[in-house]
Design a protein around this ligand. Structure first.
Ligand SMILES: CCCCCCCCCCCCCCCC(=O)SCCNC(=O)CCNC(=O)[C@H](O)C(C)(C)COP(=O)(O)OP(=O)(O)OC[C@H]1O[C@@H](n2cnc3c(N)ncnc32)[C@H](O)[C@@H]1OP(=O)(O)O
Length: 154
């Protein structure tokens, strides 16, 4: 179950490698709200996203999709807290201050990965999130992320 349009499709001018619709060479992940403080994302790896063994997903790609899913969630939450639809009015932008990933099991290259992010804490300046990544129903990575609000000129 997921709510509404993809968060990334509502954020303007995003060229990010992991989540920017404007980046033709990027991963172009899509995140969706699921309720008040939770969001979900499904990403299907391509064969060249592999680790050394071709059957497993590269750890940097795992970190990237977690990074982008959680930061886009923080951005959308920033708009929600401001009482605005995502992408409307003055831009709200967060950058990754901290990304701590624990790799618990390998993720299969030929299976979609499912991410669930939860907002744990928010202040004016930062949002703290946790994230789980599963492949074929198995928990493969968990992460803690600090998203820091940055100005337009960051
Ligand atoms: C506007 C135009 C947009 C157009 C386009 C839109 C695109 C929209 C989609 C983008 C989606 C991108 C998704 C991928 C996101 C990236 O990949 S961003 C790139 C990777 N990240 C970086 O390069 C960040 C580099 N670091 C920095 O710029 C600065 O250190 C930071 C992170 C902005 C923090 O700045 P700062 O001045 O140190 O912040 P500061 O006021 O000291 O701290 C604020 C709060 O954050 C906490 N904090 C800061 N750093 C940390 C840390 N490392 N660990 C823990 N807590 C921390 C502080 O403790 C503080 O907490 P409180 O004391 O308030 O409780």
């Amino acid at each position: 179950m997921r709510d509404g349009a993809a968060i990334q499709d509502q954020i303007p001018d995003n060229h990010c490698f992991g989540c920017g619709p404007q980046n033709d060479h990027g991963l172009q992940i899509k995140s969706y709200w699921r309720g008040e403080n939770e969001s979900v994302c499904e990403f299907t790896p391509l064969p060249h996203h592999c680790a050394g063994p071709t059957r497993y997903l590269n750890g940097g790609i795992i970190a990237t999709v977690i990074d982008c899913h959680t930061i886009c969630t923080a951005i959308a939450d920033g708009y929600r807290q401001a009482g605005r639809d995502t992408g409307t009015g003055n831009k709200i932008w967060y950058a990754t201050g901290k990304l701590e990933v624990q790799y618990r099991a390998p993720a299969e290259i030929d299976e979609p990965v499912e991410l669930t992010a939860k907002i744990l804490e928010r202040t004016e300046r930062k949002t703290v999130l946790s994230c789980e990544l599963k492949s074929a129903g198995r928990l493969c990575a968990t992460a803690n992320v600090v998203a820091v609000r940055v100005p337009d000129n960051w």
